[in-house]
Write a protein that binds this ligand. Structure first.
Ligand SMILES: [Zn+2]
Length: 212
């Protein structure tokens, strides 16, 4: 993976971390996404999986949906999607089909996400169908890693310790480490289990979302 060399990208990633805290304040898990070009944000979102009771409502998918209402896939080739956590397989597939040119994230997810586990983000084969999938995007990981980790630690220190012990969310350089779960589970499912176990779930009532 590439080292982070872009200018201005750190502020967009910092916004993702800020959004992850907003998500917590609204009773969601700490995920935030920004889609931007040279600091100009076209869409941003937080998870809505808890409030909508819909596992497909990931921040990346919502942001991509909002962005496509404003700009074309052809334009998205120039854009970067920023996330505090490595995009999952579902979101990575959408990123490829939306033709996003660059992906920047902070924390890696080697057990279940769309690059280090499934290699959807960097799969060259699907680019052989250019009518549907874009070129392989540039991927930059580990940006503002410690700041992103701190937001998760603040959300729930005990759950964060359990996540680290199980190797669910790690430094991107540790992608080669494989930690097997007892059965296949989505990250959100694992989070539900861990938060219930910790007795510190912060599920709250409906609250307005951030503006796209
Ligand atoms: Zn996702």
């Amino acid at each position: 993976m590439d080292s982070f060399a872009g200018s201005g990208g750190q502020s967009d990633l910092a916004r993702c971390i800020e959004l992850s805290r907003v998500a917590v304040s609204k009773g969601e898990y700490p995920f935030g996404t920004v889609i931007a070009l040279n600091g100009q944000v076209v869409a941003e979102a937080i998870n809505r999986t808890i409030r909508d009771r819909d596992v497909t409502r990931h921040a990346e998918v919502i942001a991509l949906s909002n962005a496509q209402k404003v700009i074309s896939r052809e334009q998205l080739r120039q854009y970067t999607i920023y996330t505090n956590i490595e995009p999952c397989a579902m979101c990575s597939y959408c990123i490829r089909e939306a033709w996003v040119g660059r992906v920047v994230y902070a924390i890696g997810s080697p057990v279940m996400d769309g690059l280090s586990k499934w290699n959807i983000l960097r799969d060259e084969g699907i680019s052989d169908i250019p009518q549907i999938f874009g070129e392989v995007p540039e991927v930059v990981s580990g940006v503002l890693l410690h700041e992103a980790q701190q937001a998760w630690r603040e959300w729930n220190p005990l759950v964060w310790q359990m996540i680290k012990l199980r190797g669910l969310l790690t430094e991107p350089s540790a992608h080669e480490v494989r930690v097997r779960l007892g059965q296949r589970r989505s990250l959100c499912h694992c989070l539900q289990i861990l938060t219930v176990r910790s007795g510190k779930s912060r599920i709250e009532t409906e609250a307005p979302d951030v503006n796209p």
